[in-house]
Design a protein around this ligand. Sequence first.
Ligand code: PRP
Length: 190
Amino acid sequence: MNDTEKLYMKRDWYENVEVLLSVDKIQDRIKELAAEITRDFQGRDLVLVGVLKGSFLFMADLCRQIDLPLSCDFLGLSSYGDHTETSGVIRITSDLKRPIEGKSVLVVEDIVDTGLTMQYLLDNLRTRHPADIKVCSLLEKPARRRVETQIDYLGFSVPDVFVVGYGLDYKGRFRNLGYIGHLKNPDGDK
Ligand code: PRP
């Protein structure tokens, strides 16, 4: 266990969280994804589109490992609210600040679960006429997929358990964990 992990492990408010993906494992995988993205987007007018809120830490770490000129924009989407099941109704809570017409868009997402959010987002972004759209998701939960979803760069597949940390929340909390864990008893959290 490195110093960063020791720091996170000292916190006592996460005691229902079992580590699934350690800080090091996440950061190593991000370096690999960024190397692929750096290779694939040479010479393109690249804009990273982070999907808030969940992707904010992944976006921050990924963009710093991509060795290319690029811009970053963010789009707020929400479907889960405080619930553990998607409402199926996706809401844009904050839109992009700049047009993406003619640009190579890389959507940066923390997790593809049912796929409904990504389907909605890609349909929406395509109407804005980007040159192309690719998707980079840190996690996917294949067991929960309801619609076919494009994922061009994937960090990890995770089992069908409630995951928190590294941007992912339960009722707004746990986003600031450096690792990704299984929240074993969501309704028993303090
Ligand atoms: C989460 C996550 C994805 C979406 C994936 O967002 O960040 O955007 O759910 O789920 P799906 O594939 O079933 O549609 P959430 O609505 O929890 O908002 P948040 O990112 O602000 O936490």
